[in-house]
Design a protein around this ligand. Structure first.
Ligand code: DAH
Length: 430
């Protein structure tokens, strides 16, 4: 997730650190044009699961079959996959450091309670990240409008496991997993991506125990933890990128105080790498650890892997094309060699939007109808007709396969389905 955007929206979050669709779009709508051959696993991913625990059809359930089919791929646990390679490198780095060893946690269920994903982390009930427009809910007690700690959702960040793992008594851990966010569609945003969370608690003898928040924030213990955090993460980026120029910026996260973000200068650009901070005293007291202190960080694996392996499109991580998968070897960061890029097919769609129009609903429809064939959905024109009192949006959709040339007929058929799905969202096609 894009750390800096935490307060306002999850939108830019995706490659960093990361719709009420109708439920009727099962296999018939997703069937490929005649003559199109797909690999078995790709075909499987295009078909709605019959009884997914993520897709219930109840009010407040906005997980689509497309998303449900991506759960359990565990790309981060494949040691010859770029995401697995980065994960291993980071884990090895942390466990080469002197002191506490970090427990590796990488197999937790992505379906969590809002309590874990938000409340435990002091994220308020009205935070934008809790909206149905931003997050995939399996059940939502308060319906679309109201958020509650009992909601069940696809974790939007791996921080969702911090409190649970600390409650279990873990004091140093690295927790990696797939995270889910409803978002825009382009080369660096995919609704599922991967994050790693790191937490380290310190010996109270060294940093102090229970004290008031003001005392804590002004204490040498708090300073020591922030310094250890920064030194540790600087070492991590040097390990991954070689010695690079770095810049720390103050940031805000509800669950850390103080909070920081680390940027590095790499390949001629400043790039945001991670968010982190000193764990908020209330997060610790909520798990019964009022006498403990520590640090936490979160980073996005795709963002790192795209830069380090020079992978140009986030959809490639999900590819089971041998030309992709066979390029990588456990333990090695190697430059991705692009195979021919197939030509895109562009289509525009224009409509009058209803008052409560949620662009993420439309993007979700794009994913649901077109799967990985949609590369980008971009708003290219917007205007309001004062006489009609209506606003029009025109989106340009880039269709492209990573694996073959798409045919105009199949894209026309998809575009037609997308138009139907868009009108289900209450827009008036133009
Ligand atoms: N969960 C945050 C995100 O998704 C990243 C993060 C920031 C994790 C600060 C942390 C932290 O543990 O301390 O953007």
């Amino acid at each position: 997730m894009r750390a800096g955007s935490f307060l306002t929206s999850f939108a830019l979050a995706n490659a960093h650190v990361g719709q009420l669709p109708s439920r009727l779009h099962a296999s018939s709508q997703l069937r490929m044009a005649p003559g199109v051959v797909r690999s078995a696993s790709k075909r499987a991913r295009m078909v709605a699961p019959v009884d997914s625990r993520f897709v219930t059809g109840d009010v407040g359930n906005n997980v689509t079959p497309y998303i449900a089919n991506l759960v359990g791929r565990n790309l981060h646990r494949i040691d010859s996959h770029p995401l697995g390679i980065i994960k291993d490198k980071i884990e090895n780095y942390f466990n080469s450091l002197e002191g506490q060893s970090f427990e590796i946690v990488d197999d937790l269920d992505p379906l969590v309670r809002a309590q874990e994903c938000f409340d435990d982390l002091l994220i308020p009930l009205d935070h934008p990240g809790r909206k149905m427009g931003d997050t995939y809910y399996v059940s939502r007690a308060g319906g679309r409008e109201q958020s509650s700690p009992d909601d069940m959702l696809m974790r939007t960040h791996t921080s969702a496991h911090q409190s649970t793992l600390m409650r279990e008594g873990k004091t140093a851990f690295l927790c990696t997993g797939d995270v889910y966010r409803r978002d825009e569609i382009d080369a660096s945003h995919f609704p599922v991506f991967h994050q790693m969370e790191g937490v380290k608690l310190f010996d109270p003898e060294l940093v102090g125990g229970a004290m008031s928040k003001e005392e804590w924030l002004a204490s040498p213990g708090c300073e020591l933890i922030a310094a250890d955090l920064k030194k540790t993460l600087e070492g991590l980026v040097d390990e991954l990128f070689g010695p690079v120029e770095k810049q720390w910026r103050d940031d805000y996260f509800p669950f850390t105080e103080p909070s920081f973000e680390l940027d590095i200068y790499y390949n001629g650009d400043w790039m945001e790498v991670l968010g982190c901070g000193v764990v908020h005293s209330n997060v610790l007291s909520n798990v019964g650890l009022e006498d403990r202190h520590g640090w936490a960080f979160g980073l996005g694996l795709e963002r790192l892997a795209m830069v380090l392996f020079k992978i140009p499109d986030i959809r490639l991580f999900w590819s089971d094309d041998k030309r992709f998968t066979s390029q990588f070897k456990a333990g090695d960061i190697t430059e991705f060699k692009p195979y021919s890029k197939f030509p895109p097919c562009l289509k525009d769609i224009a409509f009058w939007i209803p008052d409560n129009f949620e662009p993420n609903d439309f993007f979700e429809a794009g994913r649901e109808v077109c799967g990985e064939l949609v590369e980008k959905m971009e708003l290219i024109d917007e205007f309001t007709n004062p006489k009609l009192g209506k606003t029009s949006h025109c989106y340009r959709i880039t269709y492209r396969s990573m694996e073959r040339t798409v045919t105009n007929e199949e894209i026309n058929a998809m575009q037609e389905k997308l138009r139907v799905r868009a009108s289900d969202l209450g827009v008036e096609l133009r």
